[in-house]
Design a protein around this ligand. Structure first.
Ligand code: PLP
Length: 383
């Protein structure tokens, strides 16, 4: 059970920012506790006390691999999405002195964009693909830029602000036709839509447990067998010598339990989340609120990016917060300026709407009542 004070706080909240993080699955929490208490052995030691944690890690690796149709030895545990993205991009860039170029998109998460900027400063060229108004990276855009000097193409599976799902299979085919590797940041997608790495044809895929009801500070990078990238952390022999550091046994076990549960319930969660989305969007339309919905019909279930005419996303967020509702904006702001986010800029949204952008990301625990309460609150603010 959670400590009492945490449970009391949760009671008053309508949490609708599941793209930022999700509530820990209770079964995952319970599966984690032995590894934080009595079974604290270091999984890399040779004595019998370490046998159980070693076995638990091996089982977790199998569970996770099965969820995405990978081999267990293709799963490398990391501290989360940021580390997985850094590893995939830097590792690929540094692996080949001839093929040095990287291609990514303008709407990636900063874990990708800032890493690309870092390798650019080291002299590795990076091209940033623009997107359509729905946030799609088109195969045509990639084909027009890729050359046989491209080492890596990295395009996110689904965008964290507007939810758009990319044509990953086609983009990976184009990358391979030019002898490049293909990486996808699937942090927002995994556990929410079905992912089969073999069918997609990706070489690397980033994931983070706290986005699918697992614990924070743990994730993985799928690296297809045969793909060679240098180690990310040097030291011990953990993760086949590619990512050193004593294993986070509890995190790894919790991540596996959470991912398996989410994957088993994907279809039913999707239907539920679509219903919540519909309540919100239909309700706003019926009330004649002047808004745009950002994104594409193929999007992450529950992700609703809305832009209200002549409104201010930050102000909406704070007023919703006062009503006990947690949502997010499409803006990155500092104390002086409120800037329109790079994603909203990239889709070319009309200025009259861009500043009034918010993101509501429903999770499987949200109820129909939550959706109606959010709708009522929004109409009160922007209606
Ligand atoms: N990539 C995407 C698309 C994300 O949404 C996030 C988190 O918001 C990350 C990467 C970073 O993941 P983590 O918080 O596990 O470092």
């Amino acid at each position: 059970m959670y400590p009492v004070q945490v449970r009391l706080n949760m009671k008053q909240l309508i949490y609708a920012d599941n793209a930022a993080t999700t509530k820990l699955n209770m079964e995952a929490f319970e599966a984690m506790t032995p590894w934080l208490t009595e079974e604290y052995g270091n999984a890399s030691q040779p004595y019998s006390f370490s046998r159980k944690p070693k076995k638990a890690i091996a089982e977790a690796r199998q569970i996770i691999a099965a969820c995405i149709n990978a081999l267990p030895e293709e799963i490398y545990f990391t501290s989360g999405g940021t580390e997985s993205d850094n590893w995939a991009i830097m590792g690929s860039a540094f692996a080949d002195s001839e093929k040095r170029a990287t291609i990514t998109s303008e709407i990636e998460h900063h874990a990708v964009l800032k890493t690309c900027e870092a390798i650019e400063r080291l002299g590795y060229p990076v091209a940033y693909l623009g997107v359509t108004k729905e946030g799609i990276v088109t195969p045509e855009a990639l084909s027009s830029v890729i050359t046989n000097r491209t080492r890596l193409v990295s395009v996110m599976y689904a965008n964290n602000e507007i939810g758009t799902i990319q044509p990953i299979k086609k983009l990976a085919e184009i990358a391979h036709a030019h002898g490049a590797l293909f990486h996808t940041d699937a942090v927002q997608a995994i556990g929410h839509v079905k992912i089969d790495v073999k069918d997609l044809g990706v070489d690397m895929l980033s994931a983070s447990a706290h986005k699918f009801n697992g614990p924070k500070g743990i994730g993985f990078l799928y690296i297809k067998k045969g793909v060679c990238i240098p180690s990310y952390a040097n030291g011990g022999a953990q993760e086949s010598g590619l990512r050193a550091g004593t294993e986070n046994v509890a995190g790894i076990v919790g991540m596996a339990v959470a991912l398996r549960q989410n994957c088993e319930a994907i279809d039913q969660n999707m239907l539920h989340l679509q219903e919540l989305e519909q309540i919100l969007v239909d309700g706003l339309s019926k009330d004649n609120v002047d808004f745009r919905r950002n994104g594409y019909k193929e999007h992450i279930p529950g992700n609703v990016s809305l832009s209200f005419k002549e409104a201010n996303g930050e102000a909406i967020l704070h007023r919703m917060d006062l009503m006990g509702i947690s949502i997010s904006t499409g803006s990155a702001c500092d104390s002086v300026n409120t800037q329109v986010s790079h994603v909203i800029q990239a889709i070319g949204l009309d200025n009259a709407y861009a500043h009034g952008t918010i993101r509501i990301s429903f999770g499987k625990d949200n109820t129909v009542e939550d959706a109606h309460k959010i709708l009522t609150a929004l109409i009160r603010i922007v209606g």
